[in-house]
Design a protein around this ligand. Structure first.
Ligand code: AP5
Ligand code: ZN
Length: 212
């Protein structure tokens, strides 16, 4: 299946994408991870505000559309089934996506603001494989080490409280209109992302299976 996963920063898109990948054998196309592997890429020739993606990301700002759209376009042409996470984040990107692929499921995870702040400031990520953990809600088996690969768990630069608040503002201004844009599609389903990890996964899995 071709799945689009929408939702604010910290809604659980990365966490639930891992579940979708294992369950349905599809690819995870994530602009966040792709950009994190290219934080230092020289984009100064585009004549934009900053010279690397990382300078936008660490502040919680959106990386310019032309950089992100190129990444998604390349990843989607090679994928049969996928879960797309982190794109589109504004209406311009949503219009770009229409020219690239159709979608079987458009799932939107909704979570309230205070819960998002708790999740993001408590998140830890594997520095090797990128798997998500949480100091309270989703601890690894061994302290400070990734269950999947043994890598070291670190805090993302943009999970500091100030950047988190900025990301939530950017979401409200740019990405909420994208959810609105998709909300009357037949493929659209809203999922209560404030439930436990397992309950969110159960709802999401049902929504995808309904479309198969
Ligand atoms: P990106 O990496 O996409 O960050 P994001 O959207 O802010 O999403 P997150 O990864 O922070 O959250 P998530 O929803 O995946 O939540 P998670 O599963 O980790 O983007 C980073 C940056 O890249 C952007 O700010 C921007 O600069 C740039 N960028 C990316 N795409 C772009 C685009 N298209 N255009 C322009 N710029 C772009 O969960 C969070 C935490 O909560 C975890 O610790 C997890 O364990 C915990 N948790 C999850 N679910 C639950 C639950 N049900 N109960 C309790 N805890 C839970
Ligand atoms: Zn790992």
């Amino acid at each position: 299946p071709k799945i689009l996963l929408l939702g604010p920063p910290g809604a659980g898109k990365g966490t639930q994408s891992s579940n979708l990948v294992s369950e349905f054998g599809i690819e995870h196309v994530t602009t966040g991870d792709a950009l994190r592997s290219n934080k230092g890429m020289d984009i100064s020739d585009l004549g934009l505000e900053y010279d690397t993606p990382g300078e936008y990301m660490d502040r919680g700002e959106l990386v310019p559309d032309e950089v992100v759209t190129a990444i998604v376009e390349e990843a989607l042409t090679s994928a049969d089934g996928f879960v797309l996470d982190g794109y589109p984040r504004n209406l311009e990107q949503a219009e770009e996506l229409e020219t690239m692929t159709d979608l079987d499921v458009i799932a939107s995870l909704s979570v309230g603001e205070e819960e998002l702040v708790d999740r993001l400031t408590g998140r830890r990520v594997c520095s090797d494989c990128g798997e998500n953990y949480h100091v309270e809600f989703d601890q690894p088996d061994a302290d400070g080490v990734c269950d999947e690969c043994g890598g070291e768990l670190i805090q993302r630069e943009d999970d500091q409280e100030e950047a988190v608040r900025n990301r939530l503002d950017v979401f409200a201004e740019n990405t909420e209109p994208v959810i609105e844009y998709y909300s009357d599609r037949e493929a659209f389903v809203e999922i209560d992302g404030e439930q436990s990890l397992d309950a969110v996964w159960a709802d999401l899995k049902d929504a995808v299976e309904d479309e198969l």
